[in-house]
Design a protein around this ligand. Structure first.
Ligand code: ADP
Ligand code: MG
Length: 699
């Protein structure tokens, strides 16, 4: 294995390469944009493009692509060869400044929520120099990938990156306004994220036999295996050799791309694992997460495995999330969410903490929505996944701080806490400011907030756009108020006191998985939105439109187009799942069941013909039970088909989504039940696809 320090970033056009290859003046101008956030000067592009091309070609690149993140939640790319033909007919490698800065293509084939029609389809990809270009190697072809934003002919955002960058700008500006009151004027303020990515691995040969996973990413049928995660022996368990080989490759490929993956371990469910890079700014972390996802899929394939990123690939065991550790920091390296030794005396920290508390309490529906998707709905609220109710965990120490703020006494707080194990030979430790609360969707984690609701297949952009925007908005409100204050110290004290008192209801440190919490949340008037369909309408309320436009993150057209895209996505996914189920029942489950029933009846006939007295009671009963389930399957199929037809005929997108959720999805689970029962009865040889046991325990 190569030394990490020798391979790290070798495929990245990073600061070191730029410093080496760019003329000093161009390097400085580019850094002026990357590091200082100023606009890009027009004359740098040609020089940078040329240096980028030389570097890439030396490393074997033949193509370049503008790499962007349309509203599919995945990445997109259109490859162009890096050459031109000169007048004399000579072919030379070429890549111009224009090639680097802008690309043009058809935007109407991407989800655009009505912003682009086929007759006015133009879309542009625009270079985001704040996220470094990288080389993607696939089957010997090396491609220079340039991270870009994607917008329409009129400049409307058609992607996830553009509003994310706008939200970073918004929160940077408002944090700076607050820091000024504390006499701090840092050059830059960043919102950061470190994302923990969970995933499943299954054997490729088994995957190929599961139409449901192929079409939808999850199993639509499958009885539980005799063993699931009952023994809790997989979490942090010793990693199997085949998985180790996969993880070794993944680490290496990602290190080459400068993705600082640091932590890996087995997760709770059998076949489930986690990979975590060191945090960076939300823009880079979001790009890197897309690279991680793509690499997980590519490298798995090389190892005859398939990586499942669906939030709930298997019923009855844990699903996969993407924990979003979010913080704010300055270019001087200060973490603004660090409570320090004595949080109660740390007014600046308390202002940021109160801002997050207020933002979460003011916009729980948007946070809920940002972690919502058709696929994540199957995960939330079950098996160690946070419930679909937004609350905030702050832990014991900050809870004490808050109580003291509310009653106004600031002196009794104890800061230093030691962790004692009771074993003399073990060292005493400094206790973390907070314990872990795995049941909370949004937990303060010592010096960052961990948003645990996000689904494993989601882009990090959505949740961080919301987080940045709601916190930015709140900080601006604070700054407006503080600017009016004649006595700053008093003003700050009142602001913190008032905010915490008013928004305490969002704080919940108890068990978020319990039934009591649902009742308690109702009595606190917290919104409970069980499905993404309940959350989507909150995206187009007047309050949301005002929020996004005030912070210049999305305009009204962009908001409405995204609303449509979310609904379209929901309906399409539900329709594909229902169609896949009907297909599998008709083509696989029923034929296998008939075959097995036939085997039993042939056996019964044969025995009867021998005239030997044998007790055939159990075999007869098996046949009866199976045909009873077959009957149930046929009835449930008819119901599913009818509800699906009804949904397909509804024009209004929101009503359509409601029909899918209220009827189609219910009929889908009804259809699954007798099929899973039959699976337990039909012989292993005849069952038409791999079982849960095969997929979860045979890697
Ligand atoms: P856990 O112990 O909760 O499973 P991990 O170590 O797996 O946590 O992941 C924690 C993530 O949080 C990492 O990506 C880490 O870099 C990130 N992180 C640490 N400090 C910060 C911070 N100040 N801001 C944002 N992310 C952070
Ligand atoms: Mg972790």
């Amino acid at each position: 294995m190569d030394k990490i320090s020798e391979i790290f970033g070798n495929s990245l056009f990073n600061d070191k390469v730029m410093r080496e290859r760019l003329p000093k003046i161009v390097y400085c101008k580019l850094q002026n944009t990357i590091k200082e956030g100023n606009s890009l000067e027009a004359d740098v592009a040609d020089v940078v493009a040329n240096a980028m091309k030389d570097w890439a070609v030396e490393k074997g690149a033949t193509h370049f692509t503008h790499w962007f993140q349309p509203m599919t939640g995945k990445t997109a790319e259109k490859h162009e060869a890096l050459f031109t033909i000169e007048e004399c007919g000579n072919v030379i490698e070429e890549f111009s400044g224009k090639n680097l800065v802008v690309g043009e293509g058809d935007a109407s084939s991407f989800p655009n929520g009505g912003l682009r029609a086929t007759f006015e389809a133009r879309g542009y990809t625009v270079w985001d120099c704040t996220s470094p270009a990288f080389l993607k190697e696939k089957d010997g072809t090396v491609t220079l990938c340039i991270p870009t934003a994607f917008c329409s002919y009129n400049g409307e955002a058609l992607d996830k990156k553009t509003p994310l960058l706008r939200s970073m700008q918004a929160v940077e500006k408002s944090v700076k306004r607050i820091l000024k009151f504390f006499g701090d004027e840092p050059l830059r303020v960043f919102s950061n994220v470190g994302a923990e990515q969970e995933y499943f691995l299954i054997d490729k040969r088994l995957y190929q036999q599961r139409k449901d996973i192929i079409y939808t990413g999850r199993t639509l049928f499958g009885a539980s295996a005799p063993k699931g995660q009952d023994l809790r022996d997989h979490y942090y368990g010793s990693i199997k050799e085949r998985i180790y080989a996969f993880m070794k490759d993944i680490d290496k490929e990602l290190w080459k791309l400068g993705v600082p993956v640091k932590t890996k371990h087995n997760e709770v469910a059998p076949g489930q694992h986690e990979i975590v890079p060191i945090f960076s700014t939300v823009n880079i972390a979001t790009d890197q997460n897309q690279v991680i996802i793509e690499m997980l899929e590519t490298v798995a394939n090389r190892h005859d495995l398939v990586c499942l990123l669906h939030e709930k690939p298997f019923a009855g065991i844990n699903g996969s999330g993407k924990h979003n550790n979010w913080s704010l920091s300055t270019s001087d390296g200060k973490n603004l969410l660090d409570p320090g030794e004595s949080p109660i005396e740390n007014t600046q920290f308390l202002v940021f903490l109160s801002a997050v508390i207020k933002a979460v309490d003011d916009y729980p529906e948007l946070l809920r929505l940002s972690a919502s998707s058709y696929t994540n709905d199957f995960r939330l609220g079950g098996h160690e996944a946070p419930p679909a109710i937004i609350s905030l965990f702050v832990g014991e120490q900050l809870e004490e701080v808050m109580q003291q703020i509310e009653i106004g006494g600031l002196n009794t707080f104890k800061t230093s806490k030691r962790l004692k194990t009771g074993v003399i030979t073990l060292p005493d430790l400094h206790k973390d400011v907070t314990d872990r609360n795995r049941t909370s969707p949004f937990a303060f984690n010592g010096n960052k907030f961990e948003f645990r609701m996000i689904g494993s297949s989601q882009s990090l952009a959505g949740p961080n756009i919301i987080l940045n925007t709601i916190v930015s908005d709140t900080l601006n409100e604070f700054a407006d108020e503080l600017e009016q204050s004649t006595n700053l110290a008093e003003g700050l004290k009142n602001l913190i006191h008032k905010t915490i008192k008013k928004h305490r209801r969002i704080i919940f440190n108890g068990n978020g998985y319990s039934e009591e919490w649902v009742t308690e949340a109702k009595s606190r008037n917290l919104p409970i939105l069980p499905s993404v369909v309940d959350a989507i309408p909150h995206f187009i309320t007047e309050k949301t439109i005002q929020l996004f436009t005030r912070n210049k993150v999305l305009d009204e057209n962009e908001i409405k187009s995204r609303y449509e895209i979310m609904l379209e996505d929901y309906c399409s996914r539900a329709r594909i799942e229902a169609a896949t189920m009907l297909h599998m029942v008709n083509k696989q489950i029923i034929p296998a069941t008939i075959k097995y029933s036939n085997e039993i009846s042939t056996y019964l006939n044969n025995i009867r013909q021998t005239k030997i007295t044998v007790n055939l009671k159990h075999q007869e009963r098996l046949l009866t039970v199976i045909s009873k389930f077959v009957d149930e399957i046929y009835n449930n199929m008819i119901k599913l088909q009818q509800s699906l037809d009804k949904a397909n005929n509804i024009g209004d997108l929101y009503e359509k989504a409601k029909q899918f959720r209220n009827e189609v999805l219910v009929n889908m689970s009804e259809l699954r039940k007798p099929c899973d029962e039959i699976e337990l009865l039909v012989s292993k040889e005849l069952w038409p696809f791999p079982t849960y046991g095969d997929m979860l325990f045979r890697v």
